[in-house]
Ligand binder design. Structure first.
Ligand code: MG
Length: 93
């Protein structure tokens, strides 16, 4: 199944609100995994699993809100980050 079909099917089966809830839940699980990883309570694989969950939900939400709009926002923020790094004198010249 292609990703777009997967996102469409997910939306049909569970609905819009459930996607927001699931995204928030997966972000919370990643937050917890990172905090536990810092204290050596979980292994790297658990962080990677949670990153995978969040990555899937970011794909789902980006598709729902408009991938071109998200890509434009990422480009805008990337440009701002580049400018901040240049001002900090740490960017590659
Ligand atoms: Mg998870």
């Amino acid at each position: 199944m292609e990703m777009e079909q997967l996102y469409q099917r997910t939306l049909q089966v569970w609905g819009e609100q459930a996607q927001y809830d699931q995204a928030a839940e997966e972000c919370a699980e990643l937050i917890a995994a990172l905090l536990h990883y810092r204290r050596a309570k979980v292994k790297e694989e658990q962080v990677i699993d949670e990153l995978a969950d969040v990555t899937l939900m970011l794909g789902q939400l980006s598709w729902m809100f408009g991938e071109h709009k998200v890509a434009a926002a990422v480009a805008r923020k990337r440009k701002k980050l580049d400018a901040l790094l240049t001002a900090a004198g740490t960017a590659d010249a």
